[in-house]
Design a protein around this ligand. Structure first.
Ligand code: UDP
Length: 327
């Protein structure tokens, strides 16, 4: 058993810089730290983030938002002193890998470099939000952090996969060479309120298709698996890593694994939908299996996912229904 972590209960007086604050996961993280009393400065260029998420955060007095593109340069922060800098700015849907690949590669290289340089200048703790995509189409299952992955370096997913691998390498290099106080998380499939209904990922697609009684678009034969983590569990995992003393990567997710066909059938059943499943070509390099081994985080913290798939789907469905009613 490793060193157990001490989680802070009050972060009053601490200042966070959160890159990508308008995004789904980062907006929840921002809110968690605002609720713990911290000051949060959010950055986003809205390439995939939502203005509605910034409106939610703007209700907090200690939230400040600056619209900017972090790979073109950071704002002048001369009057600020950051304690924590969180690199969460990358688009992450496989649809984005095709439509905005250059932007993804730039944010995870130059953008991350700008953030970690700032962390070095401020003596801030730096967290890089990496991804299960660094394992590519994994040959070992479940994935442990020591596994170095099987990524196609020239494939359709490579702009994301390889730039996140670069961001991890950059983070470890800054830790080794400049002693920056770094953390790395590898986020597995996450879902919940504040996702964009049209972001292209499987849960928003299936829930919205089921709500409209449209065909559920399963890619391939639906035998590929994913392990779905509800967003409140994910942010707890991230919080535990940030306040650990460990610099090497942690998987963050929920090991509850489903085939995509099972997920489709469950969603249709839960929503009482009349949708039928239709089958479509499997995208190139689509990982066949994915499930995090969570032992590393569980050895140093009390992390265990609290929200089961059915309950998480209910809350996500309520969110998408409310969005439709407000349109
Ligand atoms: N998928 C699907 N239908 C959809 C969207 C996705 O069958 O409408 C599949 C996709 O091929 C993959 C899995 O669901 O096997 C998860 O896809 P997602 O885009 O959510 O993220 P990924 O885990 O591939 O990064």
């Amino acid at each position: 058993m490793g060193q157990r972590i001490q989680l802070p209960t009050d972060l009053t007086g601490k200042t966070f810089l959160i890159a990508g604050a308008a995004g789904f996961v980062p907006s929840h993280i921002s809110e968690m730290y605002l609720n713990l009393g911290a000051n949060v400065v959010g950055l986003d260029n809205f390439i995939t983030g939502s203005r509605s998420n910034i409106e939610i955060l703007s209700k907090y007095e200690k939230f400040e938002f600056i619209e900017c593109n972090i790979y073109e340069g950071l704002p002048d922060f001369k009057d600020k002193k950051f304690d924590y800098i969180l690199s969460l700015a990358s688009p992450a849907s496989p649809l984005d890998f095709k439509t905005i690949p250059l932007e993804i590669m730039l944010v995870n290289s130059t953008g991350t470099l700008n953030l970690i340089e700032l962390a070095k200048d401020h003596g801030a703790r730096f967290l890089e939000a990496s991804t299960s995509e660094v394992y590519g189409d994994p040959e070992i299952h479940p994935q442990v952090e020591e596994y170095v992955g099987a990524v196609n370096p020239i494939g359709i997913r490579s702009p994301y996969d390889e730039s996140k691998r670069f961001a991890e390498a950059l983070t470890m290099m800054y830790h080794r060479r400049y002693n920056v106080d770094t953390r790395i998380i590898r986020i597995f499939n996450t879902y919940g309120p504040r996702m964009r209904p049209d972001d292209g990922r499987v849960i928003p697609n299936f829930v919205n298709q089921a709500l409209e009684n449209k065909d559920i678009t399963v890619y391939g034969d639906g035998s590929q698996t994913r392990s779905f983590c509800f967003v409140t569990d994910l942010i707890q995992a991230i919080h535990n890593v940030l306040f650990s003393q460990v610099h090497t990567p942690f998987n963050c997710g929920n090991p509850d694994e489903y085939t995509i066909k099972e997920a489709a059938e469950l969603i249709v059943k839960l929503l009482g939908s009349e949708s039928k499943i239709s089958y479509h070509p499997l995208p190139e390099d689509d990982p066949k299996k994915r499930r995090p081994n969570m032992n590393k985080l569980m050895a140093i913290s009390d992390y265990s996912p609290k929200v089961g798939f059915e309950e998480g789907l209910r809350q996500t469905t309520e969110y998408f229904k409310a969005l439709k009613n407000n349109l």
